[in-house]
Design a binder for this molecule. Structure first.
Ligand SMILES: *Cc1c(COP(=O)(O)O)cnc(C)c1O
Ligand SMILES: [Zn+2]
Length: 407
């Protein structure tokens, strides 16, 4: 059963039917899916969710489309692991990592995309498309193939080779001579010309809703309890904005008790930090930047939801910080060494930001903290460029000669 009721303008609150549209015709504000929360509260219980599928579709009632078998590759329900070794290094006591790199195409983007393409199937689109910094391209190409849809994914020409390989095997990659913001502008123009479903344009209100499920799962996996503080990487700001909506909805439908707001902190790379800069200067509005960072999945200089992400952070009592490329790389190594998780630079941004906020006392040692690691390291092997410790002949003496004295 679908409990979504309308699309509502975030600015002027005018409402629209649940069609393939994304901005208010009156004031150009972004549109947000609204729900019948009383209806949801009547049918959804912790038990009904736990009996659901082992994927984000266990939260179907809180999503704007019913589960489509066709556009489902099993996204969601990724591991939430207690990170004691990392916690100890940072002086924290209750730290958890949500490892969203274990989604079907190895990034959190499978969450919004399975929802967007289920909606695309419902709308009857035959072709889907997106502007992407890489991970979204993989997710769209894979879910389109699964759903029997044609796809075009548009990416900046200089994204990491390993991100292209997967997407190009799954669908049609188009490299564009420009950065993400230029690719996105091109897609907005294509959207006027072609009757396609664009994940982050005319499907955006539905797409973005999929990101709420990372918050739902966090609470469920903690035993139906809200964390004190979460660290969320910020590109367009949609994930962070929806993490807040997700926690708020759990309270609203009575799945977790209301006690205090979850503190939400944002993580950015210094080379693309428009939200962090606005946070630190106390500004209300985001000033666009030209990205220059190894964290290419987060390299959106003019973030569509930046303003709302900033507001969500401030309302929740969190912070936004930016970290250097060196800090990102050492955080990738720190997470690998302490917890056995190999992440791409976006995960490095999250962990480096956690390191920074913990050292500044903004993340408190007494808090239950969850850090969202959103993409897999195998997509960006060039970033760490790690090598074997030795090359040896195939005999014991060879090993002992090279490394034996270290044992
Ligand atoms: C897209 C992406 C994000 C953040 O996405 P938003 O645009 O802010 O919703 C975070 N991590 C990874 C790995 C991503 O690909
Ligand atoms: Zn409006």
């Amino acid at each position: 059963m679908v409990f979504a009721t309308s699309l509502e303008c975030r600015e002027c609150a005018r409402t629209y039917d649940l069609g393939p549209r994304y901005f208010c015709e009156w004031c150009f504000g972004p549109l947000e899916v609204t729900y019948d929360y009383e209806g949801i509260a009547e049918v959804v219980t912790r038990e009904s969710i736990e009996e659901g599928p082992p994927s984000l579709w266990r939260y179907a009632e809180l999503l704007p489309v019913s589960r489509s078998e066709t556009a489902d590759l099993g996204a969601g329900l990724t591991p939430l692991i207690k990170a004691d070794r990392l916690a100890e290094e940072l002086g924290l006591t209750d730290l958890w990592i949500k490892n969203d790199s274990l989604n079907p195409t190895n990034s959190f983007k499978d969450r919004p995309v399975t929802v967007a393409l289920s909606k695309a199937v419902e709308f009857g689109f035959k072709t889907v498309a997106c502007a992407s910094t890489g991970n979204l391209a993989n997710a769209v190409a894979a879910h389109a193939a699964r759903a029997g849809l044609h796809s075009y994914v548009f990416v900046p020409y200089d994204i990491e080779p390993a991100k292209i390989v997967a997407a190009a095997t799954l669908g049609n990659v188009v490299e564009v001579e420009g950065n993400y913001d230029e690719v996105n502008r091109l897609c907005v123009e294509l959207h006027d010309t072609y009757e396609w479903g664009f994940a982050n344009i005319n499907l955006r209100p539905y797409y973005a809703e999929g990101s709420k499920t990372i918050a739902f799962e966090t609470a469920e996996q903690l035993g139906w309890k809200l964390p004190d503080h979460v660290i969320v990487p910020v590109a367009s700001g949609a994930l962070l904005t929806k993490v807040k909506k997700g926690f708020d909805e759990l309270v609203q439908v009575g799945l977790v008790p209301e006690d205090r707001p979850v503190r939400i902190s944002g993580a950015q790379a210094e080379g693309c930090s428009p939200v962090a800069v606005a946070f630190e200067s106390g500004a209300e509005d985001i000033r666009p930047q030209k990205p220059d960072t190894i964290a290419k999945s987060l390299a959106i200089g003019d973030p569509a939801d930046g303003y709302y992400a900033l507001r969500a952070v401030r309302e929740s009592g969190g912070a936004v910080a930016a970290v250097t490329d060196e800090e990102i790389i050492s955080a990738i190594r720190l997470l690998a060494r302490t917890e056995g998780i190999f992440t791409e630079p976006a995960g490095g941004v999250t962990i480096a930001t956690l390191v920074k906020l913990a050292s500044q006392g903004i993340v408190d040692p007494s808090e239950l903290v969850v850090a969202y690691v959103t993409g897999h390291g195998l997509k960006t092997p060039e970033v760490v460029d790690s090598r074997a410790v030795a090359r040896i002949p195939a005999n014991v003496a060879g090993f002992q000669e090279a490394l034996g004295e270290k044992e």
